[in-house]
Design a binder for this molecule. Structure first.
Ligand code: C5P
Length: 217
């Protein structure tokens, strides 16, 4: 049995991970947050003080095992879930994820992790590259102001205050880098259902996607 596959793509702060996590819990699917994997490699690269601009310095990835399990991200069994949310990681992750070498290794890990299981995977290239035969493809969007507000609230919960303008700029910059890179850029797959979540709550969007999944199963 190949397993039932749901691909969720979209720009930064569109709610992909939160919504995928909820759907996974409700429908008993395995959730894989691929953004967490790119962040984990960025975190390790920063720890190692490698030259982030040089693709050949990412050979260190050969010795790493990256695994996303039950909402936690591990590198060689070390839990780096909290570390990957730092500003330094967020600032550099789009650069790290633009290298074909980095993507090739992570895409292979993601495809292997999705084999033979029912999975909901979120990222930027899931419907286009990682799981092109997914049973359902969703592309989530929301206007940048709304996405910045959501990020601000998430940060507030962690006790971090950040100006809306700064968050908006960070999101716009990351979107631009992610959608203009040469290797598997952020695109909306032609066969995806596009959902603009600007005026919808997490609950509404979760319900909407759940309905689409149940139609397919
Ligand atoms: O999903 P999140 O915003 O945590 O992703 C962090 C970054 O990882 C993105 O801005 C993008 O550069 C990269 N990414 C990617 N491909 C994916 C998932 C994330 O390039 N499938």
């Amino acid at each position: 049995m190949p397993g039932f596959k749901v691909a969720i793509d979209g720009p930064a702060g569109s709610g992909k991970s939160t919504i995928s996590k909820r759907i996974a819990e409700q429908l008993n699917l395995t959730h894989i947050d691929t953004g967490a994997m790119y962040r984990a490699i960025t975190y390790i690269a920063l720890q190692k003080h490698i030259n982030l601009d040089d693709e050949s310095s990412y050979v260190f990835m050969q010795d790493l095992k990256v695994r996303y399990e039950k909402n936690r991200i591990y590198v060689n069994d070390m839990d780096v879930t909290d570390q990957i949310r730092s500003d330094a990681v967020t600032r550099n992750v789009s650069k790290v994820s633009s290298f074909p070498y980095v993507r090739r290794i992570l895409v292979q890990i993601q495809q292997e992790a999705a084999q033979n299981i029912d999975v909901i995977m979120d990222g930027r290239d899931i419907g286009s590259v990682v799981l092109p035969d997914a049973d359902l493809k969703i592309f989530l969007t929301a206007n940048v102001k709304e996405r910045a507000k959501r990020r601000q609230k998430e940060k507030e919960v962690l006790g971090i205050k950040q100006e809306l303008d700064a968050l908006e700029n960070e999101i716009l910059e990351r979107d631009h880098k992610d959608s203009t890179r040469k290797e598997s850029p952020l695109v909306c797959p032609p066969d995806a259902i596009v959902i603009d979540t600007t005026h919808y709550s997490i609950e509404d969007t979760t319900k909407r996607i759940t309905e689409e999944i149940l139609k397919k199963e």
